[in-house]
Write a protein that binds this ligand. Structure first.
Ligand SMILES: [Zn+2]
Length: 887
């Protein structure tokens, strides 16, 4: 899955072919994999026929499941939610049949088929008719309604990760129970029906209906099955050859009339597939790879890697020429790169259980970054994206409420909560560090061998380490990997240096970086550290407690974590930091960022003076890299946030911050210029956002002017500026402007743009207008999948208002949120609060409505509020003293 995009900077501050479609009998799951089902029965094949009734929001199904009974029992237990069963029976190998009584347990999410006598071990077919429910949120089979020129339409899609296939098929719905699938769908004759595999046949069955039979899937986990049905267009191109030696058909599917907007994603998918065929050393295993665009959104993911049929919300896939800019292109590319990486890491080889979810998500996140850098180097000229990913994860990992990358998961809700910044960001950062440590070639060799060995099967984390270790012997890979994945937290490397006989002796000592546990005894890691001195060469050392390295010469500053691949923070002794600060402009850009991000994090906890950070930000020259300016804007924006609710103190800081950022913005101007790189374009909009956010009247007035002018002159709000200008106008809206945006939302015929407008209505600073957005979120007007996002958007500026509203309307809001995500959603609304009263409110909510085993998100939100308020009180006087000194 791909999580919804959050601005990286905001996060950072805070060998041989594989046999195709092996149809072998499933082996029982390994005993060490968690399961919520009895182990005595193992499925191997599902033949499913479904007839959806979109208007009635229900469906009928027939299932025939090939299974092996390995332990005698008078019952078969599988998973099912909201299903009714009829005509259930078990057919033995000799054709004899015995009836079964189906007993549903809603709390356990199971259906038990009970027989009159125990079943002897052997092969059987469990056959049953059943009916199920079509939902309005992305769990199981769900409907999305959307606006078009030709009126309102409804399309159906499925979303099964992590545990919702059981809403569509009575099944052993756990990743370790892999099986093959034959799907048959009875659909309106004019609809397109899509699944993981190409259709084998389609025939008219009368009454305006057709029956589409899909080819047998490879052996795979239930959560990867997919079905969509609606008025779609499809466009295809030829990809490289797949496992069967034939070209893979690459396709994009979108609502009728919109598929051309997916052309960019289509071509990107072809390029990415070629790259992965090479990287993984195993060709893409299916005959086709579709990417299906869907209107609307989910609070918790933007795309899903169903094997051969990736699902992506329109905003992450389609490029509408009227509004698309380079960041939309980047998103379409990186989301596709992420989901296509899963076709191997996740789909071909799947984690045995959710404990190892990071194998899927950490790897896909790392692969997405690697592939984007390789195929689009122009988007990240300074190579800084990975540094932001790792620092973003550290922001979360430094709290007591963090967890190890590999963590034990017991319940469905816990699995849902595992899709977080540690699993994705830290997972990716640790892979980046280990690849750098063992070398890219050895890493890839290990990955290839892991994929080969576990293809069509399941694996645990140590299976990967074993293969990497073999490819890079003598590196203590297991030790380093275990240190960073089995225990939580962020190492701190303290560095000091002395000049001895014309050489620099650097002493390194490992501690732990934490934001909410001062005085904590540090955990111990073996940390691969890279140190660079004056000759530009980096020396590598594995720091186990303490280490020292000697570098030639004494003149140049020492850079620890050179290249910023290491997952740790660096605290320099004052003399070394001063030398770095003095020579800051001469450092490689990625190290400038690393030094500034660590200084910011260490200033936050009081381990480094705030003045170190402000001095750095203060002397960045106008001609510094746009990436560095981007960070300066982020650092100043963070400090500005620290003064929220204290207008006078904030005004004093803003005076400085605006004077620091304005000259850079004046140099860039409002309009895109020929030859602007994507980083310059990003910086321009970031500066406009930062300046307007800090109340720059001129910038706000110009944004308003452009918005007003755009009604008659589209050039006033070109795609590069559109989102930024609309954001400023909405945030600063008065009632008349808000009404105007509302009218634009109502009359908009493009589902994607319409969704954007409703999001904007919720971004307003004015409390009364924010309340109107909240009220609207509960109505049918914005569309069933937009309401939760609107409430969430209100919470950015008004956390108390949004949280209180959602709690007061809990039953209505619950219907707007994916079921397993509710335990995360509500605490998230309050997490930005600057008032300790919210701590009690979140706690009271959790006690009442969140299962004790699912309270990590609530605890995380509580810790974030408490720690932020405490650290702020320490930081603010330091910032003010620095401002005074500066005069
Ligand atoms: Zn993913």
């Amino acid at each position: 899955m791909r999580r919804p995009l959050i601005a990286a900077i905001a996060l950072a501050l805070a060998a041989g072919p594989v046999a195709a479609f092996a149809q072998e009998t499933a082996a029982p799951p390994p005993v060490n994999a968690t399961t919520q089902l009895p182990r005595g029965v193992v499925p191997s094949h599902y033949a499913i026929e479904v007839t959806p009734h979109p208007q009635a929001m229900g469906f009928d199904g027939k299932a025939r499941i090939d299974l092996a009974v390995v332990e005698a029992s008078d019952r078969i237990v599988l998973q099912a939610i909201d299903m009714k069963f009829a005509n259930s029976r078990l057919v033995a190998a000799d054709g004899s049949s015995m009836p079964a009584r189906a007993v549903v347990d809603a709390d356990a999410q199971t259906a038990t088929f009970v027989f009159d006598k125990p079943l002897a071990p052997g092969s059987y077919v469990l056959a049953t008719d059943y009916s199920g429910v079509i939902g309005t949120q992305a769990n199981g089979l769900f409907a999305l309604d959307y606006q078009t020129d030709a009126g309102k339409k409804r399309a159906l899609f499925t979303q099964f990760e992590n545990s919702d296939a059981r809403r569509f098929i009575p099944s052993w719905d756990e990743p370790n129970f892999k099986a093959t699938f034959d799907l048959t769908v009875n659909a309106p004759a004019d609809d397109m029906v899509v699944s993981n595999m190409p259709a084998a046949s389609s025939k008219d069955i009368g009454n305006g209906m057709k029956q589409v039979v899909f080819r047998t899937s490879p052996k795979m986990s239930t959560y990867l099955l997919f079905m969509a049905m609606g008025e779609f267009d499809r466009s295809t191109i030829r990809g490289e050859n797949g496992t069967d030696g034939k070209p893979v058909e690459i396709g994009v599917i979108a609502q009728k009339g919109k598929v051309e907007q997916a052309r960019y994603a289509l071509e990107a998918s072809r390029d990415v597939l070629r790259e992965y065929n090479d990287y993984f050393g195993v060709p893409y295993p299916l005959p086709k790879l579709d990417n299906i665009a869907a209107p609307g959104r989910s609070q918790f993911f933007s795309a899903m890697e169903n094997w051969g049929a990736i699902f992506t919300f329109e905003y992450s896939l389609l490029l509408d020429p009227a509004i698309a800019n380079v960041s939309d292109q980047q998103r379409a590319f990186t989301v596709a790169a992420h989901e296509i990486a899963h076709q191997w890491f996740g789909d071909l080889v799947t984690m045995a259980w959710w404990d190892d979810l990071w194998l899927n998500e950490g790897f896909a996140t790392w692969m997405e970054g690697r592939t984007t850098r390789k195929l689009h180097p122009e988007w990240d000229i300074d190579g800084v994206d990975a540094a932001y990913t790792s620092r973003g994860a550290m922001g979360r990992d430094a709290y007591a409420t963090t967890h190890p990358v590999v963590q034990h998961v017991e319940t469905v809700e816990q699995a849902s909560q595992a899709f977080d910044g540690i699993t994705y960001g830290k997972g990716s950062a640790v892979i980046g560090m280990l690849e750098d440590y063992v070398g890219a070639d050895a890493w890839r060799e290990g990955v290839r061998s892991y994929i080969r060995k576990h293809a069509y099967g399941n694996a645990v984390t140590d299976d990967l380490w074993r293969e990497i270790d073999k490819a890079a012997p003598g590196k203590e890979l297991m030790q380093v990997a275990h240190d960073f994945t089995l225990q939580p937290g962020v190492p701190l490397i303290k560095a000091s240096a002395s000049c001895e006989a014309g050489a620099t002796k650097v002493a390194l000592e490992q501690g732990e970086y934490t934001v909410d546990r001062t005085g904590k005894a540090p955990l111990r890691w073996h940390v691969p550290v890279s140190v660079r001195g004056g000759d530009g060469n980096a020396v590598r050392v594995l720091v186990d407690g303490q280490a020292s390295v000697t570098l030639p010469g004494c003149d140049a500053p020492v850079v620890v974590n050179a290249g910023q691949k290491g997952y740790y923070r660096t605290l320099y002794a004052p003399a070394q930091f001063k030398a770095l600060s003095d020579g800051f402009a001469k450092l490689p850009v990625v190290d400038q960022l690393g030094v500034m991000l660590d200084a910011s994090a260490l200033a936050q906890t009081g381990q480094q003076p705030e003045s170190d950070l402000l001095d750095l930000a203060d002397k960045v020259p106008l001609d510094a890299s746009p990436d560095v300016w981007q960070l300066v804007a982020g650092v100043l924006g963070d400090i500005d946030d620290m003064f929220k609710g204290q207008p006078e103190r904030q005004a004093a800081f803003r005076k400085y911050a605006l004077s620091r950022l304005s000259p850079k913005f004046e140099q860039l101007g409002w309009e895109t210029r020929d030859g602007d790189s994507s980083t310059v374009k990003d910086l321009r909009t970031s500066l406009i956002g930062a300046l307007s956010g800090m109340g720059d009247a001129k910038v706000i007035a110009e944004a308003r002017r452009r918005f007003a002018a755009s009604a008659s002159d589209p050039a006033a709000m070109p795609p590069d500026l559109r989102r930024t200008v609309l954001g400023i106008v909405a945030y600063n809206a008065d009632a008349a402007t808000w009404d105007k945006l509302h009218a634009m939302a109502r009359s908009e015929q493009s589902s994607m743009i319409r969704d954007q407008y409703y999001g904007l209505l919720a971004r307003t600073k004015d409390k009364a207008l924010a309340q109107r957005a909240l009220d609207m979120a509960l109505t049918d007007e914005p569309g069933a999948t937009n309401g939760a996002g609107m409430i969430s958007a209100v919470s950015w500026e008004h956390p108390d208002l949004a949280f209180d509203f959602a709690v007061a309307h809990r039953e209505q809001v619950d219907k707007l949120v994916d079921t397993t995500s509710r335990a995360r959603y509500y605490p998230g609304l309050g997490s930005g609060a600057n008032d300790l009263a919210m701590v009690d409110k979140i706690r009271a909510f959790a006690d009442k409505y969140i299962a004790p085993t699912s309270r990590r998100s609530a605890e995380t939100a509580i810790a974030a509020i408490q720690t932020r308020l405490k650290l702020r009180a320490q930081q603010q006087p330091q910032v003010e003293a620095w401002l005074q000194r500066k005069g």
